[in-house]
Design a protein. Sequence first.
Length: 207
Amino acid sequence: MALTGLGLVGFLVGHMAGHLQIFAGKEAYNAYAAFLQSLGGALWLARAGLLGLLVAHVMSAIKLNARNQEARPQAYAVKTNKATTPYALSMIYSGYTILAFVVFHIAHFTLGALPTTEMTESGGVRDVYTAYVLDFQNPLLFALYAAAMVGISMHLAHAVSSTFRTLGVMRGKYREPLSKVGPLVGIATGVGFIIPPLACLLRIVSV
Ligand code: HEM
């Protein structure tokens, strides 16, 4: 879980940094999107790798959950959950939220299967910029993305610190600072993802 999770976090940070380029304007953003498309075979390899990581991560989660149930089939009479956090307790729900979001998100931008702005061409390349900016002027679409980013933030807040525990480095004087890294990465990723759509909603970025 930790290794596949780390790979997925790497993709998320790269994707977030990439789409912050919406602030660089239409030409720069469309050139970035066209560059990704021009990777051809390498893009398909990256897509396959990403899908493999996601499937392996979800399978590990299902297995881990089953082992957890097996270890204690009957419920505790009293469960206080003292040494835990709300985001640790909701990992399975934030995980399902992310899965549902990924399906929705691919239908939206990659497949163009939703009744949103049609992607046209501009300067000989796909005009991802215009579709992106116009779509996030829609408060409903913005709200859906914002809700999913809360799920991403919560998931990462627990997952990243938990990875340090799995790797055996969460001990002694490192315990306290490392336990803060997860929430920090979670908040930074959620905020970083939602700033560009928010800028479109508020017309700070426009077509
Ligand atoms: C506010 C948040 C996000 C925005 C605005 C956003 C924006 C985009 C855009 C515009 C594309 C299409 C690029 C193109 O067609 O050239 C894209 C593709 C994609 N995004 Fe996101 N993204 C967001 C969050 C996420 C998250 C959280 C994930 C994963 C959990 C994700 C996974 C993907 C994937 C897998 C693709 C498809 C890449 C491909 O075509 O193979 N995105 N995103």
